[in-house]
Write a protein that binds this ligand. Structure first.
Ligand SMILES: Cc1cc2nc3c(=O)[nH]c(=O)nc-3n(C[C@H](O)[C@H](O)[C@H](O)COP(=O)(O)OP(=O)(O)OC[C@H]3O[C@@H](n4cnc5c(N)ncnc54)[C@H](O)[C@@H]3O)c2cc1C
Length: 499
């Protein structure tokens, strides 16, 4: 008798979804999280009465039954709905040449784009129509029905053959990049940069390197579902998943760092914690990144050398500079929640510091800050290399955060006089608090040049979930990875109970 049926290492959204779904399927599950707070990149933390998101703030379909968001489907299965606040415009993109409001309503959005480029708006419409066809085709097969082994084929052929037929005409587009679709219709340079920007915000890569279904999902959800923010912040999503895990009999241990995945004769036997405790299970699922799993949690001899080498050579997107601010809110009644500031039009959008993302969730949920205040999270890409905690660290930290302060000043010109709380995070902070190799956003796997690996590994009983597995980076994607993994570990009949 082993201690558990399955052990999940890490409580990021991918790990929580996998563990909660397995608990829902009746498995004895233990999730071990290194940190004191669950949620990984999606965790919330509190400083002097301000509740901050550490990473994601942009969500969709949390309260819409029609949404394709796999996270929403999991919350339904766990019977843990959450409250969320829908909003529109979804955000504002600030370019040196002007500000573009981004509306969910497709017509309003195209009208706004037409103010910058009338021809470009027409081309964008054609591009978006192609993406919506893709979105409609994807709609026919819910992610909660999918799995990652040969048994997927009979499931698709018996239950979903009409939807499969619908997908045939767009099969090429599903396998291609958003850039391939853009090249068909969009010549306008300004709109091409806009599409690159929207792709970059999702995948960390431009349109030519971002898979088309990812952009189709975003465009489809924002025009056909809702864009909404969870009441209580990102942590409310994490809390709902943790409640779901526990409600169905699973266990979560916080402050429990896993040192080693134990392997014997090519199969996992369990894990060893940092305190030396050994816990056994025939299934271990790692929510740590591909690099952390294969270099820190396993011994080199546990994996075939060429497989290991190839896996850890996966290119990585950079890390981040973060700025978490508490500010006085008086006079800011018209403030909106999401902003992207592109500081220089002649510099590539992917260059660290040039594109700054800003979220002010207190615009929707005022309980996230003390009365009369806003909580702000701003971040921009920053390479990990070159960061060391030496005597110049504090100075470099302030210097590299300037792009974020300058971007914020575009939205709140008297920002500096309003600040009551300031916390700057570097790639070292990101790597430390999220336990992510080099503090990376995730794998930089360009469309057409490779695919995100599925949950299986060469080691019997060892699986992986999260943003270095299929389908990739982002909360909906990692929720899908957790579903794929959990479903693969049970029979299609068990999965069918929840469809
Ligand atoms: C700044 C930022 C903004 C983002 N914005 C958005 C957004 O608006 N919308 C969106 O959809 N996505 C967004 N994302 C992406 C999204 O947040 C991530 O892709 C997703 O949350 C990653 O989830 P994951 O399951 O891969 O695991 P992670 O979040 O990486 O979690 C892995 C967990 O495993 C734990 N762990 C690792 N090693 C061990 C060990 N040895 N023992 C025990 N525990 C361990 C870690 O502590 C961590 O909790 C953003 C990401 C960032 C960084």
């Amino acid at each position: 008798m082993q201690d558990f049926d399955a052990i999940v290492i890490g409580s990021g959204i991918g790990g929580l979804v996998a563990s909660a779904m397995l608990a829902r399927y009746g498995k004895r599950v233990l999730a071990c999280e290194s940190h004191a707070i669950p949620g990984g990149a999606a965790h919330s933390f509190t400083l002097r009465g301000f509740h901050f998101d550490s990473g994601p703030s942009f969500y969709c379909g949390l309260t819409d039954a029609q949404s394709l968001n796999p996270l929403r489907q999991v919350l339904d299965i766990l019977e843990e709905p959450i409250a969320a606040i829908a909003y529109d415009p979804l955000g504002h993109y600030h370019f040196p040449e002007g500000t573009l409001p981004v509306y969910a309503d497709a017509k309003k959005y195209l009208d706004a784009v037409a103010k910058f480029s009338p021809q470009g708006a027409q081309e964008l419409q054609k591009f978006q129509q192609k993406l919506l066809v893709l979105y409609e085709a994807l709609r026919g097969i819910p992610v909660v029905a999918l799995r990652s082994d040969w048994q997927l084929i009979p499931v698709l052929l018996t239950r979903y053959w009409p939807s499969l037929l619908k997908m045939l005409p767009v099969a090429g587009a599903i396998a291609g990049s958003a850039g391939d679709l853009m090249d068909l219709d969009v010549r306008d340079v300004w709109v091409r940069r806009l599409i690159d920007l929207e792709s970059f915000l999702l995948s960390g890569l431009k349109a030519g390197e971002t898979v088309a279904p990812e952009i189709a999902f975003m465009i489809g959800e924002r025009s056909h579902s809702t864009v909404d923010y969870p009441v209580g912040g990102s942590g409310a999503i994490v809390d709902a998943l943790v409640r779901g895990l526990r409600r169905w009999g699973g266990e979560l241990r916080l402050g429990t760092h896993v040192d080693r995945i134990l392997v014997s004769s090519g199969k996992v036997t369990g894990i060893r914690l940092r305190n030396g405790e050994i816990i056994t299970a025939p299934i271990v699922i790692s929510n740590a990144t591909i690099w952390d799993t294969y270099t820190k949690l396993l011994q080199p001899e546990d994996l075939p050398a060429s497989y290991r080498q190839q896996a850890i050579a996966t290119p990585a997107v950079d890390s981040f500079m973060h700025l978490h601010l508490g500010i006085k809110a008086d006079g800011l009644e018209k403030l909106t929640g999401h902003h992207v500031v592109v500081r220089d039009s002649n510099t590539d959008i992917t260059v660290p510091g040039n594109t700054c993302m800003i979220s002010i969730p207190t615009v929707w949920d005022q309980t996230l800050a003390p009365p009369g205040h806003h909580a702000i999270h701003a971040y921009t890409l920053e390479p990990y290399a070159g960061w060391v905690r030496d005597e110049s660290y504090q100075e470099k930290k302030r210097e590299r955060a300037q792009s974020l302060f300058q971007a914020l000043a575009k939205i709140i010109p008297d920002l500096r006089e309003r600040i009551v709380l300031e916390s700057i995070g570097t790639p070292l902070t990101h790597a430390r608090f999220l336990r992510r190799d080099r503090g990376t956003y995730g794998p930089a796997i360009a469309a057409g040049k490779g695919t995100f690996p599925g949950p299986q590994t060469p080691i019997g009983g060892l699986y992986r979930v999260g943003d270095s597995t299929m389908p990739g980076i982002g909360v909906p994607a990692v929720a899908a990875s957790g579903i794929l993994c959990a479903n693969t570990l049970v029979s299609p009949q068990e999965t069918a109970r929840f469809l």
